[in-house]
Ligand binder design. Structure first.
Ligand code: PLP
Length: 361
């Protein structure tokens, strides 16, 4: 095994919480073992707390964050439904593609990258959409959008769908308080677990509008629910649950809730603001609009004349620090620096600031 131990300060994956890593080494359990089912139930209960929801249908889906996106559109779009998607970065863009593949008539509301979602424009884009979708934390640009305001302004007839891949367990998410109907996340960011699971939650009113036979077998929430919550009279096999990853998520959630959600948010806030101040002190320009910057993912403009890829390569190979390139047309002109989960600490910000500062001198 190579002796490479990187500090993962890109847009994800981040270094897992030690508790999440330790759980991977526990003896494996069968996916129908009562002891594993207890861990699964507790994982769903812990997820409800972190999502801020009482939704009965709150579960980890097998697959990365994109599986959450796929499941959201596959189970709640009916062919010909109007789906309004706020696009202010790569992941809003991806939503338009996924929604269209499941038969949606997509109305996209484009924004300049680096800007938050303009709630007014989004809700005025169509009088009666079936779904309004937006990304809470746009990892491609480092921007936070106001999902609470979007849900409050959305017409009653529309289900509100939020991508919380980079927000869950990093900045406040309050599914019930905000009135969000469908949301998904990923484990490799602020939840501090390796990639492979997509926490998912569905409100009761959305559940009543689900497709009875979605055009996907693997992501059919009716079938998955029969295993996860035994909702159809006992727990039946659907697919083999990734037991080790779920145990790892269970441990990370335990760690997060022991620390306390408010303390976890505060740790992300303090680390992110420290990094953003430090980058500006180095003379660098932040990319995301001020007032809407994510603490867990900072975007910074690469200074003129600096070879963006070369700096990232030196950071990686000589200092074992991974940071991310920009996304889309900003691939070469922006760096993305993540301080997520276990890495959301001022010391990690200082490490990248000191190293980057030396390389740019
Ligand atoms: N949505 C957002 C906001 C993301 O940041 C990502 C991944 O970075 C995804 C969706 C897709 O998740 P994954 O790459 O885990 O499939």
């Amino acid at each position: 095994m190579p002796l490479v131990d990187r500090t993962l300060l890109g847009p994800g994956p981040s270094n897992p919480y030690p508790e999440a890593t330790a759980a991977l080494a526990a003896p494996l359990l069968g996916h129908l073992d009562p002891e594993f089912l207890r861990i699964l139930d507790e994982t769903c209960a812990r997820l409800r707390t972190v999502w801020g929801t009482g939704n009965a249908r709150t579960l980890p889906l097998s697959g990365t964050g994109s599986i959450g996106m796929e499941a959201a559109f596959a189970n709640f779009v009916r062919p010909g439904d109007t789906v309004v998607v706020a696009v202010n970065g790569l992941f809003g863009e991806r939503m338009t593609d996924v929604a269209a593949r499941y038969g949606a008539d997509v109305v996209r509301v484009d924004h300049e990258w680096g800007q938050p979602v303009d709630v007014q424009r989004v809700v005025e884009a169509h009088p009666s959409p079936a779904i309004i979708a937006a990304v809470h934390a746009e990892t491609s640009t480092g921007v936070r959008s106001d999902i609470a305001a979007l849900a409050a302004a959305a017409p009653d007839s529309a289900l509100v769908l939020a991508d919380c891949v980079t927000s869950l367990a990093g900045i406040p998410v309050d599914i019930d308080g905000w009135g969000v109907d469908i949301a998904y996340a990923g484990t490799q960011k602020c939840l501090g677990v390796s990639p492979g699971l997509a926490p998912f939650t569905v409100s009761e009113r959305a559940w009543e509008r689900r497709a009875q036979r979605p055009p996907t077998w693997y992501l059919d929430l009716n079938l998955i629910g029969a295993y996860v919550d035994g909702s159809q009279g006992g727990r039946t096999y659907h697919h083999t649950a990734p037991v080790a990853l779920i145990a790892s998520l269970h441990a990370a959630l335990g760690r997060i809730l022991d620390e306390g959600l408010e303390a976890v948010y505060e740790r992300h806030r303090a680390a992110g603001e420290h990094l953003q101040r430090g980058l500006q002190d180095l003379g660098l320009t932040l990319f995301a609009e001020e007032g809407h910057r994510l603490p867990e993912l900072t975007t910074v403009t690469v200074p003129d004349g600096v070879d963006s890829a070369k700096i990232r390569q030196i950071l990686l190979t000589e200092h074992n620090i991974e940071i991310g390139a920009g996304a889309g047309r900003y691939a070469a002109s922006v760096w993305r620096i993540g301080l997520m989960g276990h890495n959301a600490r001022v010391e990690r910000a200082d490490l990248v600031l000191a190293t980057l500062g030396r390389l740019l001198r």
